[in-house]
Ligand binder design. Sequence first.
Ligand code: S3P
Length: 446
Amino acid sequence: MSITITPSKKINGIIEVPGDKSISHRLAMLCALANGTSEINNFLCSEDCLNTLHAVEKLGAKIKQQDKHITITGTGGKFTQPSRYLDMGNSGTGMRLLCGLLAGQGFSATLIGDESLSSRPMKRISSPLELMGAKIELTGDRGCAPIKITGGILNGITYSLPMASAQVKSAILLAGLFAKGTTEVIEPKETRDHTEQIFKAMGIPVRIDGLSVSIIGYAGGSIPLTPGNWQVPGDFSSAAFWITAAACRKGATVTIKNVGLNKRRTALVDVLRRMGTDIECIPHDTDNCEPIGNITVKGNQLSGTEISGNEIPNLIDELPLVAVAGALATGKTIISDAAELRVKETDRIATVATNLKKLGVAVEEKADGMIITGPNKINGNITLDSYGDHRIAMAMAVLSQHANAPVQINNTDCIATSYPDFEKDLISLTQTNRSNQSDRTDNNSL
Ligand code: S3P
C-alpha cells in the first residue's frame, strides 16, 4: 500500500493518540504471568502488541478483548509449552522481552519474526540469558531470529550492558524474576524504565542506584505479581508526530491529550524547546503507574541544535522526527552518538537520509548520526519509500506537508504496527476545505 500526501499549511486541533506500545507489551506479558485476573484499559491494538497478546495466549494466559479493553487471567508464573512457534511479527520489543520470560520456563519454544525482525541482532539478549542458564539457539543468519529458547534453572548475574537498550535491560530483568539471587543490570546511559515502573506497581521490589537496576529473583517459588486494573497512557512516540508537525509550522497550535509523560521518553520536548518551540506539558494523572498529561505545542520558525550523549536513549524513536525538524530549521542540526538507529526496524540513519535527499534536504550521513543544514525547500512530485519501517513512513508524511506538490510514500502497511489510525488523524489535524487530505492507493505510481 502507499499513501499520497497533499501538502497542507494547516495543522491545528486537539487529538488523542493510541496507547503506549512499550507499556502495552509489558502489561500483556506481566499480567499473563500474574496470579489472577487483570484489566488493561487503552491497550494499543496495533499489530505489534496484538502479536504479543496472541503469544501469551498460546503460552496459557486467558485473554478477552473488547476493543482497547483487555482482560487477562494469568498463569501464576508458569507458562505452558506452545504447540507451535510464536510469531512476533515486526516487534523487537515483543521478541526480546518474551525471551526474558521464556528463559525461566521448563520447556523449549521457538520465536519467529518478519523479514525486518529476522535481520535484527539477537545476540545482545542471548548472551546474558545464556549466562543466567538458558539455552538459546539463534537459527537465523548472523545471530538473528528464529530463536529457539530452552528455559532452565536460572542464576542471577551482574551484567554491564554493552549498549543503551531498554529491551535488553528488560529481557534480563524479566528473566531475573525466575533466577536464584540478585540480577543486576548496569546501563551505560539511562534508558526507558517501564519494566521497572510496572514491576514496582505490581509488587516486585526494584533497587535503583544510579545506572544500576537490580531485583531479587523468586527461583522455584511463586512470583508475587499482583493483578490489577491498568491504564495505558497515550504513546508519546505517536504524539511525537503531531508535536513535531505543529512545532515546525509557525502559527500552528495542537493539543495532544492523555499522553504518557515518563521523563525517560520525552527528551523530544527538550530538543524542540531548544529549537524554539513553545511546548507546555501538564500532568493530570500522577496516581497511575506512569504519569499522564496533556501537551500543547505552538509552532515557530525553528533553529538547528545538537543532540547527543545521554539525551539519545530518551528520544531514540523520535530521531527521524528530529531530522524532519532539522530539515525545516535554520542552521545545522547535528545528531550523534545514535549508532543504535542502524539496528531498528530499518537502518534509520540510512533510510532517513535517503528520503531526506529525495525531498531536497541537505543531509550528511555519519556512522552514528547525521548533520542536516536548513531551512530547505521540500520537493514534491516524488516518491519515497518507508522500507517497511512505520516510523519512517510517518515521519516522512509529516515532512511532506511542507512540500511544493504531492508526495507519494510507498510501503505504508507497516504503519499498522504502531499507529493504525495515523492517516485518519493526519487528515483530521491538517484538512482544510478538502474532504480528504491524503489519498490511499494500492499501486506504486504517483
Ligand atoms: C523499547 C525500547 C527502545 C525503542 C523501542 C521500544 C522498549 O529500544 O527503540 O521502540 O519498549 O523497551 P532500545 O532497546 O534500543 O532501548
